[in-house]
Design a protein around this ligand. Structure first.
Ligand code: ZN
Ligand code: ZN
Length: 135
C-alpha cells in the first residue's frame, strides 16, 4: 500500500517536472518586471525580451547570466533562428532541437544536432549576428 502510494507520488512528480519545462518568457530577466514586447534583443537565434531599453543594453553587454537564469528556471526563449548553426541551411522543421545553456536551438537533421553537441560553443557562434552586407 505505502509502496503503491510512493510510486504514484513519484509518477506525479515526474509529470509535474515535465510540465514545468518549456516556460515562455514573461518577465524581464534583469529586473524581474513584466516584459515589453517591443524591447528585445535577437542573439544566437534567441529573442530575449526586456522591460526597458537599459535592461536590453545590459543583456547585450553580458548575455550569459541571463541564459543561465533561463536554464535554471526552465524558461525557453522565443526562437527566431533562420539557419542551422552547423550547416547553414534553412531550418523549416522545428522537430530537431537541442537545449544548450538556456538557448533552444534548431537543426535540419539529427546529424547536425550531434555535430553541434560535440562542440556547442564553437558552432553557436555561427548564429551571432552576421555583419550587415553593404550594397
Ligand atoms: Zn528589465
Ligand atoms: Zn544542418
Amino acid at each position: 500500500m505505502t509502496r503503491k502510494l510512493l510510486v504514484l507520488a513519484a509518477a506525479i512528480l515526474v509529470a509535474a517536472t515535465a510540465f514545468a519545462a518549456d516556460k515562455p518568457q514573461t518577465m524581464c530577466p534583469i529586473r524581474n518586471k513584466p516584459i515589453d514586447k517591443t524591447k528585445y534583443v535577437d542573439y544566437q537565434g534567441q529573442r530575449v525580451y526586456f522591460c526597458s531599453g537599459s535592461c536590453a543594453a545590459k543583456f547585450k553587454a553580458d548575455p550569459e547570466p541571463v541564459f543561465a537564469k533561463f536554464a535554471k528556471e526552465g524558461i525557453v526563449p522565443e526562437n527566431v533562428q533562420k539557419t542551422d548553426p552547423v550547416c547553414g541551411m534553412k531550418v523549416n522543421d522545428k522537430s530537431v532541437k537541442a537545449d544548450w545553456k538556456g538557448r533552444r536551438l534548431l537543426f535540419c537533421s539529427d546529424n547536425c544536432k550531434d555535430t553541434f553537441l560535440k562542440d556547442p560553443s564553437k558552432h553557436v557562434k555561427a548564429l551571432d549576428e552576421k555583419p550587415a552586407t553593404k550594397s
